[in-house]
Write a protein that binds this ligand. Structure first.
Ligand code: SF4
Length: 381
């Protein structure tokens, strides 16, 4: 049913004005209580669902998981080991905000079993960090990176955002150069999306002249591709670059439709049964904690996928990866050929130079990566 575990930590020291993730500022005692609820939910889930032992990956995402007490992370990992098994090679990632970690805490996370760190740097330019409402400076981000190395992390990713207010192409190039100077194993590069309902949406409405236009945003995407691949990083997914052998295994599992169990407020799960079942937990912390305290799994919005839904997902998730969709894997999964099911769409998108096809696979072109949402829309049922 699942081989991967996701734990959502919905707390941040301060809410960033562009953020639409499930997160809030914690009150006293919230984090400790929440860790206990996660443990209780894991126990309930283990009774209800079967993991294919051992787990391949565990991911602490948020929010800001680095606010957790490392002892709590250790307890959660020990419980995951007992209930589901953790492979010796399992990738165990924790997202860290540079404003919340020091050498001691990072060493304690490492000792707890975390073997991969994803640091939310976002920018190395202090004025942009201020606009983003981040709680750390560029110097603190660099110090957090070095502290992570000193704490023994040999697998570190950093996140950057481009297409920020008043950002120019030379500014973005400088961001990338500073990221490369740190030599992380993994770099994620996201374009800013102005999410509805956030303070950013009020400040930078649609087509705001304060934001880079489409052409400049595209140039920034291409700049990242050029610079990072020239430095030896594989551009293995639309927004993700890795040194050889350092792709995010957990996230690759999402794009390959591996089953995963999501724990915590606002977490989503995907279980491999039939063509797949998706469901989520309530984002509301009280509703989530109440259900678990009553001994109930707080699942809602349960969606049992039909064959057509699963085929569409297989395409638009698989196409996110530079390797693209393997035609043989499609046939193994659905007992039908990709050309037979999506021949018309693939041929149209190939003519538009958004897809390229080989005998055994279909993948996005660089232009297709830039316009990926338009491509994916063609596969929706
Ligand atoms: S730290 Fe990350 S999750 Fe938290 S508010 Fe900022 S962007 Fe959102």
């Amino acid at each position: 049913m699942f081989t991967r575990l996701y734990l959502h930590i919905p707390f941040c020291r301060r809410k960033c004005p562009y953020c639409a993730f499930v997160s809030q500022e914690p009150a006293a005692g919230d984090l400790e209580g929440y860790g206990d609820t996660l443990q209780a939910e894991m126990g309930l889930a283990a009774q209800a669902f079967r993991a294919e032992r051992p787990l391949k990956s565990v991911y602490f995402g948020g929010g800001t998981p680095s606010l957790l007490d490392p002892r709590q992370v250790a307890r959660l990992l020990q419980q995951a080991e007992t209930l589901f098994g953790l492979g010796r090679e399992a990738e165990i990632t924790l997202e860290a905000n540079p404003g919340t970690v020091d050498l001691e805490r990072l060493a304690a996370f490492r000792a707890a079993g975390v073997n991969r760190l994803s640091i939310g740097v976002q920018s190395f330019h202090d004025p942009l960090l201020t606009i983003l409402g981040r709680i750390h400076s560029a110097t603190e981000a660099k110090e957090a990176f070095q502290a992570a190395r000193d704490a023994g992390f040999a697998n570190i990713g950093i996140d950057l955002i481009h297409a920020l207010p008043d950002q120019t192409l030379p500014m973005w190039r400088h961001e990338l150069e500073q990221a490369l100077a740190l030599a992380p194993e993994h770099i994620s590069v996201y374009g800013l999306t102005v999410e509805e309902g956030t303070p950013f949406a009020a400040r930078y409405g649609e087509d705001s002249p304060l934001l880079p236009d489409e052409d400049l945003a595209a140039a920034m995407f291409e700049e990242a591709d050029d610079l990072l691949t020239a430095a030896g990083y594989e551009h293995y997914e639309i927004a993700n670059y890795a040194l050889p052998g350092r792709r995010s295994d957990h996230n690759s599992g999402y794009w390959r439709r591996d089953g995963y169990l999501g724990l915590g407020a606002g977490a989503h799960s995907f279980l491999r049964t039939g063509y797949g079942v998706r469901f989520g937990n309530p984002a509301d912390l009280d509703a989530y904690a109440r259900a678990v305290a009553q001994g109930r799994l707080p699942h809602q919005d349960v969606q049992t996928l039909a064959r057509q839904d699963a085929m569409a997902e297989f395409m638009f998730l698989g196409l996110r990866m530079a390797d693209g969709v393997d035609k043989n894997a499609f046939r193994r999964e659905f007992g039908a050929g990709l050309d037979e099911m999506f021949g018309r769409e693939v041929s149209k998108l190939t003519t538009l130079e958004l897809l390229e096809t080989a005998v055994d696979r279909v993948r996005l072109t660089r232009r297709g990566m830039l316009l990926s949402n338009q491509v994916f829309a063609h596969f929706l049922p």
